[in-house]
Design a protein around this ligand. Structure first.
Ligand code: SAH
Ligand code: SF4
Ligand code: F3S
Length: 471
């Protein structure tokens, strides 16, 4: 593969300084996307990426604050880093340690107090200032940057060089919306990511075109409330996510579109129609409901009932009958009774999920849920989670088994475990093993599903190259 000029230039610059950065990403896909964008900004600043923490001049932890465990993980990693930093210093090598992401935003200067080895704390809205912040940190200052700046970070973050994009794979993330105004009572996101902001149409289209030009075949639009995305077209007409998907589906080379995560209240008609009309929009929807009890939904401030949700699912299925559903669930929210929990199980039975994520309620300081009466014992939460997960797992396996014998389109993404084997993605986001060549990565091939394991499927190619990538 030949390298383009911009990559060569960036690599040469990085090599001349010979600085290396190790980025560790926790949390959701938005953090994965942000880590890539930080990597791009740092490449321009002379940092080459490394997978080896020990050899890094800069270690950046891109953190998650969503549950207590996620946040605590950061401090245990920082403990290990402190020792590594000391060891490096003894050998005359300097190591800069930075904390980015949602813990950085939520805890700010507190991190510097708890972890003396940290040089830099930077919240999610200021990544474009990283090169400047690092300069200050390297000069000996302990930097905390958690303000929401007036400028748009995306306008100021450099784009990845095409070769870097290509290397990241044929499926890419693209953040189109950030922040949250919903204030569910259990959740820290409105505090860590700030108010809902949508990136303008032109900016999103330009980035999607860049991705497509670099060989990306599938784009997943990201946002904490991605279906709250709104914009305007050139004539000032108001647009929603359905319109954005229609626009992006016209981009040459983009074969598949997905979006996540959605809120039930923002599933408007235009978006449901996009599922009916767009071949590029994959029949898969992650639509968290959290609980099946109206009492708990109200206490969570979700602002819809279980019946609203089920009715919404029916409308979506009427528009796109083969759609697979995924969801998030929280068990043991304060005040949850056995009857409330049973209502959640009933909702799961009624909907039928292809995939799901479920969590024990975790108290987040500063959220309204933390102050509610009726917190449950850890054992009660654990026992309910076990029952919930057994049901969800059974549904997931039933869905996978149901796929056996079906003919589907598979996007080939990466090599499999064995020689001559590739892993592709089904329209329903399952990993599928198939015999194919590495040169076919990026192709969409027609396969028949032959088997279903606990986490993946296997398939035989029916006919190759119906939708080969441009080379
Ligand atoms: N914006 C998305 C969810 C973002 S957080 C939405 O509204 O659906 C991802 C998931 O983490 C949530 O859906 C929820 O299930 C879980 N979660 C959030 N806060 C939590 C908490 N305090 N305890 C346990 N799980 C939590
Ligand atoms: Fe959190 Fe609720 Fe916003 Fe989702 S909608 S990010 S759960 S506050
Ligand atoms: Fe975690 Fe922040 Fe994402 S709290 S889930 S990394 S938005």
């Amino acid at each position: 593969m030949t390298k383009d000029m911009s990559t060569l230039l960036v690599e040469r610059q990085a090599a001349s300084l010979n600085r290396k950065v190790f980025i560790k990403t926790y949390g959701c896909q938005m953090n994965v996307y942000d880590s890539q964008r930080m990597g791009d900004a740092l490449a321009k600043d002379g940092y080459q990426p490394t997978e080896v923490m020990e050899e890094a001049d800069l270690v950046l932890l891109n953190t998650c604050h969503i549950r207590e465990k996620a946040a605590e993980k950061v401090y245990s990693t920082l403990g290990r880093l402190r020792d590594l930093k000391k060891l490096n210093a003894a050998n005359g090598r300097e190591m800069t340690i930075g904390v980015a992401g949602c813990v950085a935003q939520a805890e700010g200067a507190e991190i510097l107090r708890r972890a003396p080895s940290v040089d830099l704390v930077v919240g999610p809205q200021t990544y474009h200032r990283l090169p400047d912040l690092l300069k200050r940190a390297r000069g000996g200052e302990r930097v905390v940057e958690t303000e929401y700046p007036p400028e748009d970070k995306f306008e100021h973050l450099p784009a990845a060089a095409p070769a870097v994009t290509r290397q990241r794979g044929v499926s890419a993330f693209l953040t189109v919306q950030e922040g949250c105004d919903k204030f569910c009572t259990f959740c820290v996101v409105p505090y860590t990511r700030g108010a809902e902001v949508s990136r303008p149409l032109d900016q999103v289209v330009a980035e999607a075109e860049r991705l497509a030009a670099a060989g990306v075949r599938e784009i997943t639009l990201l946002g904490q409330n991605v279906n709250a995305w709104h914009g305007t077209d050139a004539s000032g007409r108001a647009l929603g996510l359905g319109d954005l998907l229609r626009r992006l589906s016209r981009i040459e080379g983009v074969a598949r579109l997905r979006y996540t995560t959605s809120h039930p209240r923002d599933m408007d008609d235009s978006l449901i129609e996009a599922h009916r009309d767009l071949k590029t929009l994959m029949p898969y929807l992650h639509l968290p409901v959290q609980s099946g009890s109206d009492r708990i939904l109200k206490a969570m401030n979700r602002r819809h009932t279980a019946e609203d949700y089920v009715a919404l699912i029916q409308r979506i299925r009427a528009a796109r009958p083969d759609i697979a559903l995924s969801g998030d669930f929280i068990v043991g929210f304060p005040g949850e009774t056995e009857a409330d929990f049973a209502a959640t199980l009933r909702l799961i039975e009624a909907v039928g999920y292809a995939q799901a994520y479920s969590f024990k309620y975790s108290i987040r300081p500063g959220t309204p849920g933390a102050d509610l009466p009726g917190h449950l014992a850890e054992e009660v939460k654990a026992e309910r989670l076990e029952r919930l997960q057994a049901l969800l797992m059974a549904q997931q396996q039933a869905f996978a088994r149901d796929c056996i014998g079906r003919e589907i389109d598979l996007l080939l993404e990466k090599p499999g475990r064995m020689d001559g084997q590739m892993i592709g993605r089904s329209p329903w986001l399952q990993s599928v093993f198939v015999d194919a060549k590495a040169s076919q990565i990026g192709d969409i091939v027609r396969v028949r599903i032959t088997g279903a394991g606990p986490n993946s499927l296997s398939a035989d190619v029916v006919s190759a190259g119906a939708q080969q990538k441009e080379s």
